[in-house]
Write a protein that binds this ligand. Structure first.
Ligand SMILES: Cc1cc2nc3c(=O)[nH]c(=O)nc-3n(C[C@H](O)[C@H](O)[C@H](O)COP(=O)(O)OP(=O)(O)OC[C@H]3O[C@@H](n4cnc5c(N)ncnc54)[C@H](O)[C@@H]3O)c2cc1C
Length: 411
C-alpha cells in the first residue's frame, strides 16, 4: 500500500508516524512546499530566540528513521482523485492508494495590498526566516504588527525580546477569539508592562498597505498612515485549499471531512488546520487551528487508512500562551454561569452550563488546568465539586467523588 501525505506539519507527521508504527511495510511519501525537515510551528519563537532547533520536534532525521520518502520544497498543484494522482509544481505526477491532505493554513489578510513586498508574517518557518533575516540585517529598530490574535501576540513578544520598538494594532481586543474581555484586558496589561505599545479601536482599523512597489506603511480607516521599519501582518489564517480546486474534493472554508476524517472522495483523508470539522462541545462546523487537533486528526487519519474505522469526536477550542512569562491557558466555551477568581495577580475564570464545565480561561495561576480540560472534554456532571471549583489551589485532592476522579485522570 502507498500513502502520500501532503504537508509535513504536526498533522502530516503524526499521520506518517501512526502509519509507520502500525505497518512497517507501508510505502509513505511525504511532501512539503517548504525547504525544511518536518517542523512544528509552536516552537518557532523559541528557536528564533535561542537558536535551539526545538521546532524539529521529531528530529531532523524523522523521515530516514521512519523509512519515509520525504521531499521538501515540493509543492503540490493539483489532485486528480479519478486517477489516484497528484501533480507537483515541477510537472511530475505521483500516484497513491491513499492520500492525506495535511497542507495546513496560511496568513489571511483582508487588508488591501497585503500581497505587496515588505509585508512580513510569522505563519510558517519560511516566513519566520524572512522576517528574522530582516531583523538581523540591523536595519530595523521598530515594528508595526497588524492584528492581535495569538500569532500577533507571539511575534510582538519575540520582537520585543529582540529589543525592537513594537506597536500592535488591535482593532477589537487582544486575542479576541481565544479570551473573554476581562482576560483579554489582563493580557493587554501584561503586554503593555513588557513595553509593547497597543493602539486600539478606530485608530487601529487597518484597511490598506500603501506603497508602489513595496508597502511603505499601514493606512487606517481614518486615512491616517502609520509606519515602522518592519511591517508584520497577523490578521488571521486561511486553510491552503487552492490546489484542490477542480479536484471535486468538497471544500468551503476548509476541507470537509466525514466522521472518519475522509473527504467526499474515497481513500482521501484530511487532517489538521486545513480541515473544517466540528466543535466537540457545540457540534458546530468549525476549524479550530491548533496543535492538539492537528495531532489527534493526523493520528486518526493514519489509523483509519489502516482500516480501524474510528470515529472523530470533534475538535477542541484550546490554546496556551507561552511567551508572556505569565502562563495563559484557554479551553472550551465562554458561556453559561461564570465562576471568577481574581487574586494575587492571577485571573481564573470557569464557565458552567447544565452542571457541566464548558470552558476555562486561566491567567497567572494555572493550577488545575489539566483537570479542567479533562472535565470540559468529557462533559461529566460536576455537581459534587461545583463549590470547590473557585478555590485558588483547586486540584485532585478536592475531588472526593470516585466516578468523577476517574474522569479527570488524563487518558
Ligand atoms: C507561530 C505559531 C505559534 C503557534 N503556537 C501554537 C501553540 O502554542 N499551541 C497550539 O495548539 N497551536 C499553535 N499554533 C498552531 C499550530 O502550529 C497549527 O495548528 C499546526 O501547525 C497545524 O498543523 P498542520 O500540520 O495542520 O499544518 P501546518 O503546520 O501549517 O503544516 C502544513 C504543511 O503543509 C505544507 N504545504 C502547504 N501547502 C502545500 C502544498 N500545496 N504542497 C505541499 N505541501 C504543502 C507546508 O509546507 C507544511 O509542511 C501556532 C502556530 C504558529 C504559526
Amino acid at each position: 500500500m502507498k500513502t502520500i501525505i501532503i504537508g509535513a506539519g504536526p498533522a502530516g507527521v503524526k499521520a506518517a508516524e501512526t502509519l509507520r508504527e502500525e505497518d512497517k511495510k507501508h510505502e509513505i511519501i511525504m511532501l512539503s512546499s517548504e525547504p525544511y525537515p518536518p517542523y512544528s510551528p509552536p516552537a518557532m519563537v523559541q528557536y528564533f530566540l535561542t537558536g535551539e532547533a526545538l521546532h524539529y520536534w521529531r528530529g531532523q532525521d524523522f523521515p530516514e528513521l521512519n523509512n519515509i520518502d520525504y521531499r521538501q520544497g515540493c509543492h503540490v498543484v493539483s489532485v486528480s482523485p479519478d486517477m489516484n494522482e497528484i501533480e507537483l509544481e515541477s510537472g511530475e505526477k505521483l500516484t497513491y492508494d491513499y492520500l492525506v491532505i495535511a497542507a495546513g493554513s496560511r496568513l489571511y489578510t483582508p487588508v488591501e495590498g497585503s500581497d505587496k513586498k515588505g509585508i512580513h508574517n510569522f505563519k510558517s518557518l519560511k516566513a519566520g526566516d524572512e522576517l528574522l533575516a530582516k531583523v538581523r540585517s540591523g536595519e530595523v529598530s521598530s515594528a508595526l504588527i497588524v492584528g492581535a490574535g495569538f500569532i500577533g501576540v507571539e511575534v510582538a513578544l519575540m520582537l520585543k525580546k529582540m529589543e525592537l520598538d513594537v506597536t500592535m494594532l488591535v482593532r477589537s481586543r487582544v486575542m479576541r477569539s481565544m479570551l473573554d474581555p476581562e482576560t483579554s484586558t489582563f493580557v493587554q496589561c501584561i503586554l503593555e508592562d513588557r513595553e509593547v505599545k497597543i493602539l486600539r479601536g478606530d485608530d487601529a482599523d487597518a484597511v490598506a498597505f500603501p506603497g508602489d512597489n513595496a508597502a511603505r506603511a499601514v493606512q487606517m480607516k481614518s486615512g491616517k498612515e502609520l509606519t515602522a521599519d518592519l511591517l508584520v501582518a497577523a490578521t488571521g489564517l486561511k486553510p491552503n485549499i487552492e490546489f484542490l480546486s477542480g479536484s471535486g474534493i468538497e471544500t468551503d472554508w476548509g476541507v470537509f471531512v466525514d466522521q472518519y476524517l475522509c473527504t467526499n472522495m474515497p481513500n482521501i483523508y484530511a487532517a489538521g488546520d486545513i480541515t473544517e470539522t466540528f466543535d466537540r462541545l457545540t457540534g458546530e462546523r468549525y476549524s479550530h487551528a491548533n496543535y492538539p487537533n492537528a495531532i489527534t486528526q493526523g493520528n486518526l487519519a493514519g489509523l483509519n487508512i489502516l482500516g480501524y474505522g474510528l470515529v472523530y469526536d470533534g475538535s477542541e477550542n484550546m490554546n496556551s500562551m507561552k511567551h508572556l512569562d505569565v502562563p495563559v491557558i484557554a479551553a472550551g466555551l465562554m458561556e453559561g454561569e461564570e465562576i471568577r477568581l481574581h487574586r494575587n495577580g492571577s485571573l481564573r475564570k470557569l464557565w458552567v452550563k447544565d452542571n457541566k464545565l464548558v470552558g476555562c480561561r486561566l491567567a497567572g495561576d494555572i493550577t488545575g488546568a489539566g483537570i479542567f480540560i479533562n472535565l470540559i472534554k468529557r462533559g461529566v456532571d460536576i455537581s459534587p465539586i461545583r463549590d470547590n471549583l473557585s478555590e485558588p489551589n483547586f486540584c485532585y485532592t478536592h475531588i472526593h467523588d470516585t466516578a468523577l476522579m476517574d474522569n479527570v485522570i488524563p487518558s
